[in-house]
Design a binder for this molecule. Structure first.
Ligand code: PEP
Length: 257
């Protein structure tokens, strides 16, 4: 983390978990243990049908509510989809874009990810842009090239003043939901690479202001070590964000002065 230049952000990703009633119950449990997170921003990305419930339930918790996905078109015949303006109207400030599960199961390409990034930014919503390699890609030595391609494609056409609103999440696919975490060095190395790519595209000043998260089985026992890496400015947390005490333990690891 480097708080001098950028925000530390701890974000949960609930994926397709939690009903509205479970969301309220989660908030009740969280209220008992949630710290005053002075040194980091905290948010939970929830299924779109639970956004309003979560906004009400988390109101007193200093916990922003984010979305997990959006469509890039403004409106129209896209049954089942949700637009940026719909999210904006609900008060959403963050949206996950390009999560590996969406790339894998819903055929989201780098071009689609780029359109979604623009749609979010045009609605003043901060995209949390996920990039990451599979185990096969890592083992065949293409991690750096792949990450560069994903980052450059996602940011294509994004001006520097809007880049400051973007968060990049490095999420090695082989570490998501598997219990396998990248070592702090592996994660730190790729996050530094992402910052170097941004530096080449936008210059050093912009690059040092961008929040870069790590995601992939982050939990209370590995969070502090991962967050100690200079280019890791927070976490995108799946499984552990479903358990109030684990989510809070990760927030506490980030909330050190
Ligand atoms: C994720 O879904 O973005 C994620 C990192 O999941 P997990 O923490 O469960 O690996």
């Amino acid at each position: 983390m480097n708080r001098r230049y950028r925000k530390t952000v701890i974000a949960g990703n609930w994926k397709m978990n939690m009903t509205a009633s479970e969301t309220k119950q989660f908030a009740e449990e969280l209220k008992k243990i949630m710290p005053r997170a002075k040194w980091c921003d905290t948010l939970l990305c929830v299924p779109s049908c639970n956004i309003t419930t979560a906004m009400k339930a988390f109101k007193d918790l200093r916990l922003s509510v984010g979305a997990e996905n959006l469509h890039y078109e403004k409106s129209g015949a896209y049954t089942g989809e949700v637009s940026a303006s719909m999210l904006k109207d609900l008060g959403v400030k963050y949206v996950i874009v390009g999560h590996s599960e969406r790339r894998q199961y819903f055929c989201e390409t780098d071009q689609i990810v780029n359109k979604k990034v623009h749609a979010a930014l045009n609605a003043d919503i901060s995209p949390i842009i996920c990039v990451g390699e599979s185990l096969e890609q890592r083992e065949s030595g293409v991690t750096e090239d792949l990450i560069a391609l994903q980052v450059k494609s996602a940011l294509y056409g994004v001006p520097a003043d809007k880049l400051r609103r973007c968060i990049i999440a490095y999420e090695p696919i082989w570490a998501i939901g598997t219990g396998k975490t990248a070592t702090a060095e592996q994660a730190g190395e790729v996050c530094s690479l992402i910052r170097a790519i941004i530096r080449n595209l936008y210059g050093a000043r912009v690059a040092r202001s961008v929040t870069i998260q790590y995601g992939g089985s982050m939990n209370p026992s590995n969070a502090a070590e991962l967050l100690a890496q200079p280019d890791i400015d927070g976490g995108l947390i799946g499984g552990a964000s479903l358990k109030p005490e684990q989510f809070v333990a990760i927030i506490n690891a980030a909330n050190q002065e």
